[in-house]
Design a protein around this ligand. Sequence first.
Ligand SMILES: Nc1ncnc2c1ncn2[C@@H]1O[C@H](COP(=O)(O)O)[C@@H](OP(=O)(O)O)[C@H]1O
Ligand SMILES: [Mg+2]
Ligand SMILES: [Mg+2]
Ligand SMILES: [Mg+2]
Length: 411
Amino acid sequence: MTTPLPQFRKYLLLTLITLALSLLPISSVLSRTLPRLYQIKSHLYPALQTRTFSSRAMAYEKELEIAALAVQRATLLTKSVYHSHSKGTLSKSDSSPVTIGDFGAQALIISSIKHAFPNDEVVGEEDADDLRADSSLRDLVWKLVQAAKLEDAAAEEKIGGPIKSVEAMLDAIDSGRSAGGRKGRIWALDPIDGTKGFLRGGQYAVCLALMVGGIPTVGVIGTPNLPVDDQAPLDAKIGENADDSEGKGVLFSAVRGEGATSRPLSKGGLEPGKSINMKPLDDTTQATFCESVEAGHSSHSDNAAIASKLGITKPSVRMDSQAKYCSIARGAGDLYLRLPVSKSYEEKIWDHAAGVVIVQEAGGEISDAWGKPLDFGIGRTLKENKGIIAAPKAVFPMVIEAVKEVLNAKQ
Ligand SMILES: Nc1ncnc2c1ncn2[C@@H]1O[C@H](COP(=O)(O)O)[C@@H](OP(=O)(O)O)[C@H]1O
Ligand SMILES: [Mg+2]
Ligand SMILES: [Mg+2]
Ligand SMILES: [Mg+2]
């Protein structure tokens, strides 16, 4: 006869052995699949983050949508002028050019903003004085404005539909006379940036930014002559080689703290966007830098001296407008150099506000030529700043050092 205790031990032992044997395949399966699952999770994580990012309530969502649709509609107008022989060009008091495209785009964009955000102020580059004084010019702009319409009726509705009358068009243009400042919400609008490029058949951009408390917070730029492909290499001829045949035309946007995006321009509602980033760069010798085509806007010789200090050997890419900011933000180029030519010139806020937020949100750093932060809150110009430099964060201090050496050597 067996005693109960050894009998119990025997059962316990048998149970443990059976349990261990049955767990063996499970554990071997687990040991093979867990690392794989981990791999899949790490792979998916950025995508999951992106989904969360876009599904949670985004800051300034309505502002971004209205600004993007407004810029998209205005680019339709500018494209029709770009392809026309008569651009209705006038020379402004500072002898810079303005065309019927600039007036028309400003009218459309301000009327969109005032429809959605009636209490916001706008600092716009143009005013309606010349149109009020010249009825044939006014009629040309009125025709253009009436013809520019988004094909998507719901999108057109969101930005207020057509402008109601000639008087409303002139008033819209003149609503861009805000003095700017640090208080509240102020939009900075450049209806055609790079007007000289626009007239030459080069790059140009339709630029709109919302500044909140003097800080560029939402930025939208339409570049009808840039290639849609973010990876397209930035060739030195991009500034000259700018027809807008099929496959060209991009809408860039950014919201402070939410990242930067590019999407193809369309004639209707907004196309889906994808996130853009500056190209990682830790060796400046490999950099491509962008500068103005116009030597009067940015000193080509100072820019070249800086490039040489940084060991850059590639030729600069010259192009007009804030398409330069967009190009570095999408990683097609690396640095933006704008060294002042005239001591007295004050950079205009509408020439930079949208580009600045897009570059910052794509991982770039931006300041004036002395490394001083740009101050958009003191009026229509950046009067406390001289020149502008933008670069990926990692190399920014090195770039500013080179700029200072060049500037100090001139003093
Ligand atoms: N002396 C100067 N220095 C710097 N920028 C100037 C300038 N004279 C005009 N600009 C500005 O340069 C802008 C074009 O910049 P870029 O050279 O990068 O294309 C012009 O915008 P608009 O074309 O909207 O008038 C204009 O406001
Ligand atoms: Mg101008
Ligand atoms: Mg401009
Ligand atoms: Mg302009």
